[in-house]
Design a protein around this ligand. Structure first.
Ligand SMILES: Cc1ncc(COP(=O)(O)O)c(C=O)c1O
Length: 371
C-alpha cells in the first residue's frame, strides 16, 4: 500500500474564512478599507498587547515600513541575526542602511544579547530581534542594551504569532514588531503582514508612509514620498476568521509538538529545539538538529531519506552573512553558532490536520534510520 505524501505546512481554513471573504465581496469593499480592516487591526493589536496594528501586504513590507518609520537611512547600521529569512536583512538594504550580523544564543537560536556590543559602532541605529522558529528572543536583555546605547528595537515576529516572552506576548516588546501571514504561517491570509506598535507617533508615520504618503487628514495632499503597502479588506476578512480560532489553532499545533517531542526524545544524535525557561514559543514548524557522528547520517541525508518516503522537510536558513548580497561588506564576520545550527537543523511538518499516525510515521522513519 502506498502512503500519502506529507507536506511541510498546510493552512487551517476550517473557520469563517470563506463566509467572511464572501461578505467582503458582497459588500463591494474589496480594497484597503472596510469593516474587516478595522476589525483585524483592533483584534491583532489586542493579541499583541499593544496600541495599534497596521495591516500591510506581507512580512517583508512590514519590516521595510518599520525601518522607514524609524527614519533609518543611508549611512546607518542595523544589528540583525544571520540565521533568519533573507527578508530581515533585505529590508535594511531597502532603506539604504547596512545590516551588521551578530551570532545567536545556543539556548534559543535567537540573537545573543551578550554579543551585541561586538557589532556596535557610531553608526548603529537599532536592532532587529528575530523570534526564530517561534522562540522569542531575550527581549529584556536586548532592550537593556538598546536603552544604554540609544537604539531602537524591532521584533521580527514573522514566525512567532502568539509566542510569549516572560508571559508577555511578542509584538509589544520593542518600538515596533512585524508579522507575516504567508500561507505556511500559524495565522495566514495567503499573503499578508502587519506592523504593531504602541508609539502613536510612529504609528502615524507608518500609516502615512505605507499609504502612498497621503496626509492622514487631507486627501490628495502628499507631504512625503510614500509607498502602497496596504492590505485588502478581503485579506483582513480572512485574518479575522483566523484570529477567531487562533487559540484552537495554536492548541492543536502544540499537541502535535508534544507527539514529536515524546517520540524523538532519546534518539542518539537528534536534538530538539532548545526552549528557555522564560519562553512560551509559538508552535510553528517542528525543528530538530542532526549530529551526524551520533546519528550515523548527516542532516542532508536524513532529509533525502524522508523525501524518498514522501515526507517534505526543509533545511534551516543558510547564514545570511555568507550570501553574495551581504558577505562583502568589508568586515570579517565569524558566527560559529549560526553556522553550526544552520548546517544541523531541519524543519519537520506541522499543520493542524497532521494526525498522530502521521507523526508516528515520520518519527519511526527517523528512528529506524539511526545507525
Ligand atoms: C523571520 C522572517 N522575517 C520576514 C519574513 C517575510 O515575510 P513574507 O514572506 O510575508 O514577506 C519571513 C517569511 O517567512 C520570515 O520567516
Amino acid at each position: 500500500m502506498t502512503q500519502d505524501n506529507i507536506p511541510l505546512a498546510l493552512p487551517d481554513l476550517l473557520g469563517n474564512e470563506e463566509a467572511y471573504v464572501c461578505e467582503a465581496i458582497k459588500s463591494t469593499m474589496i480594497s484597503s478599507s472596510g469593516r474587516f480592516v478595522r476589525q483585524f487591526e483592533q483584534d491583532f493589536s489586542s493579541l499583541c498587547g499593544c496600541n495599534s496594528a497596521i495591516g500591510v501586504s506581507n512580512g517583508t513590507v512590514a519590516l521595510h515600513l518599520a525601518l522607514l518609520g524609524l527614519n533609518v537611512g543611508p549611512g546607518d547600521e542595523v544589528i540583525v541575526p544571520s540565521l533568519t529569512y533573507v527578508a530581515t536583512a533585505n529590508a535594511v538594504k531597502y532603506v539604504g542602511a547596512e545590516p551588521v550580523f551578530v551570532d545567536i544564543d545556543t539556548d534559543n537560536w535567537c540573537i545573543d544579547p551578550r554579543r551585541l556590543a561586538l557589532a556596535l559602532t557610531s553608526r548603529t541605529k537599532g536592532i532587529i530581534a528575530v523570534h526564530l522558529y517561534g522562540h522569542p528572543a531575550d527581549m529584556d536583555e536586548i532592550n537593556k542594551f538598546a536603552e544604554e546605547h540609544d537604539l531602537w528595537v524591532v521584533e521580527d515576529a514573522a514566525e512567532a504569532h502568539t509566542a510569549l516572552y516572560k508571559g508577555r506576548p511578542v509584538g509589544g516588546l520593542g518600538q515596533a514588531a512585524t508579522f507575516s501571514f504567508y500561507g505556511n504561517k500559524i495565522l495566514t491570509s495567503g499573503e499578508g503582514g502587519a506592523v504593531t506598535t504602541s508609539d502613536r507617533e510612529l504609528e502615524s508615520r507608518m500609516r502615512l508612509l505605507g499609504g502612498q504618503g497621503m496626509s492622514l487628514t487631507q486627501r490628495y495632499y502628499f507631504p512625503v514620498t510614500g509607498y502602497n503597502f496596504r492590505l485588502s479588506n478581503i485579506a483582513c476578512a480572512f485574518l479575522c476568521a483566523q484570529l477567531e480560532r487562533a487559540d484552537t489553532i495554536v492548541k492543536t499545533r502544540r499537541r502535535i509538538f508534544g507527539w514529536y517531542q515524546e517520540r524523538l526524545n532519546g534518539i542518539p544524535g537528534i536534538g530538539l529545539q532548545p526552549v528557555c525557561h522564560w519562553a512560551t514559543p509559538a508552535p510553528w514548524l517542528f525543528c530538530i538538529t542532526v549530529a551526524a557522528d551520533h546519528y550515523g547520517h548527516d542532516r542532508n541525508h536524513l532529509m533525502t531519506h524522508l523525501a524518498d518516503k514522501g515526507i517534505e522537510t526543509r533545511p534551516f536558513f543558510r547564514p545570511l552573512h555568507e550570501m553574495p548580497p551581504f558577505c562583502d561588506q568589508g568586515r570579517k564576520v565569524e558566527l560559529p553558532v549560526t553556522v553550526a545550527v544552520s548546517k544541523a537543523g531541519v524543519c519537520l511538518p506541522c499543520y493542524t490536520t497532521l494526525g498522530e499516525s502521521s507523526v508516528d510515521r515520520i518519527t519511526e522513519i527517523i528512528k529506524a534510520y539511526h545507525s
